[in-house]
Design a binder for this molecule. Structure first.
Ligand SMILES: Cc1ncc(COP(=O)(O)O)c(C=O)c1O
Length: 384
């Protein structure tokens, strides 16, 4: 099969060179390339306004969403954790079914990640799971993940913090466009090229708390304040080049989202034709997943069938973190030890990520659905 015939898993969609030119020329004229330059400032303000306008006009909506851009989503998590001043060695509850960066950021801040299972339907660490966990063990923070851009609704984590006294930080790496920002809970996003809103490499943190955002900004600039290092930071600033891409990407965003919504409606309705295929629950009507991941007991057969038909797939977050070499010694929720984080392990074994990007045609979607149906409608030949 030729490369042209294959259906790619992921095709990043960043602005083209000619679209960037006006912003690059602005940068050339100013000779400012980094250190919180005018493009970074404009980008941060625009991100804040976009998040503000995406929030439902309900009670609990912040009057201003402050944003600080960073060199990656991982840096956003790490520096926000630092700025939250959690006691060294204290325990942070996070899902095992996530990308490694969530746990790495916790470890690099001198905190102890405690892996939790996820909800059977949303595939997320939910407030209900966290409530149970904090009633049994001490945690200095809960770090839920907006898995595959599935957003947490309204202010559920703000309410959790109010009720339990335990702060929350949301990792919504792929969730820009879906995940809103509440009054209390900061949210970290990634701007990696493979995310729905990508600039190449980058990330940002958004919060109603301007002081927290200012602290993260300081930490991203070595910890400098008024010419002196006041905390041990790093260099995690976003360059003017990346901010230029981000500003153009914001101009394209509404158009991209409109097309993606139509494509997602078509794809999800095709997927309903495949017997016993489960999709992640919890997306609102207007939300768009960052990755199309399906769960089926014959996932391995689906993978092989797709490969034979030239359809690329990937097993995202497999195996879950508590089963990966670097994290195997880390604690899992002690009282769940017997259950072995069963949902996360099941997802690790029985999910596959299907192609999902802006070049995916209606014909591609039909081909993918046809291949999945061929497997799922045939009599079972293997035990799974
Ligand atoms: C859930 C999650 N958290 C954090 C990150 C890290 O983001 P970045 O690659 O921008 O550092 C990712 C990246 O894929 C992710 O999926």
């Amino acid at each position: 099969m030729s490369a042209r015939d294959s259906i790619k898993l992921l095709v990043p969609n960043l602005p083209q060179g000619h679209e960037l030119m006006p912003r690059l020329l602005q940068m050339d004229a100013r000779r400012v390339y980094t250190n919180f330059g005018p493009l970074v400032q404009e980008f941060e303000a625009a991100l804040g306004q976009a998040l503000q306008s995406q929030s439902p006009a309900a009670t609990g909506q912040p009057s201003t969403v402050h944003c600080v851009t960073l060199s990656s989503g991982t840096a956003a998590l790490e520096l926000t954790l630092m700025a939250m001043n959690l006691p060294q060695g204290s325990q942070v509850l996070l899902p095992s079914y996530t990308f490694a960066a969530t746990a790495l950021a916790v470890l690099r801040c001198g905190l102890v990640p405690v892996f939790s299972d996820v909800d059977e339907f949303t595939w997320q660490l939910t407030p209900a799971i966290a409530r149970d966990a904090v009633s049994r063990m001490d945690f200095s923070l809960v770090l839920p993940v907006a898995t595959f851009a599935c957003p947490f609704e309204g202010q559920v984590w703000d309410r959790f913090s109010d009720e339990t006294g335990v702060p929350v930080l949301i990792d919504a790496a792929a969730g820009f466009g879906n995940q809103t920002v509440g009054l209390k809970t900061p949210v970290c996003f990634s701007l990696h090229a493979t995310k729905p809103f990508g600039v190449g490499e980058g990330g940002f943190m958004a919060s109603a708390n301007g002081d927290l955002v200012a602290q993260v900004r300081r930490l991203s600039n070595f910890g400098f304040e008024k010419g002196q290092v006041v905390r041990l930071g790093i260099n995690a600033k976003l360059s003017e080049y990346a901010a230029a891409i981000g500003l153009v990407q914001l101009d394209r965003w509404a158009g991209l989202q409109t097309q993606r919504r139509v494509r997602w409606q078509r794809f999800s309705s095709e997927l309903t034709k495949v017997p016993d295929l489960a999709l992640q629950a919890g997306f609102g009507l207007n939300d768009i997943p960052s990755n199309v991941v399906v769960r089926h007991v014959r996932a391995e057969q689906l993978r092989l069938q797709c490969a034979a038909a030239g359809i690329e797939t990937r097993s995202w977050y497999c195996p879950p973190l508590h089963q990966q070499a670097a994290f195997r010694e880390m604690p899992v929720l002690a009282y769940l030890e017997q259950q072995k984080l069963s949902q996360s392990e099941h997802l690790g074994q029985f999910t596959i990520g299907l192609p999902w990007h802006d070049d995916l045609t209606d014909g591609d979607i039909t081909s993918i659905s046809t291949q999945l149906q061929a497997v799922c409608q045939s009599p079972r030949t293997v035990r799974s």
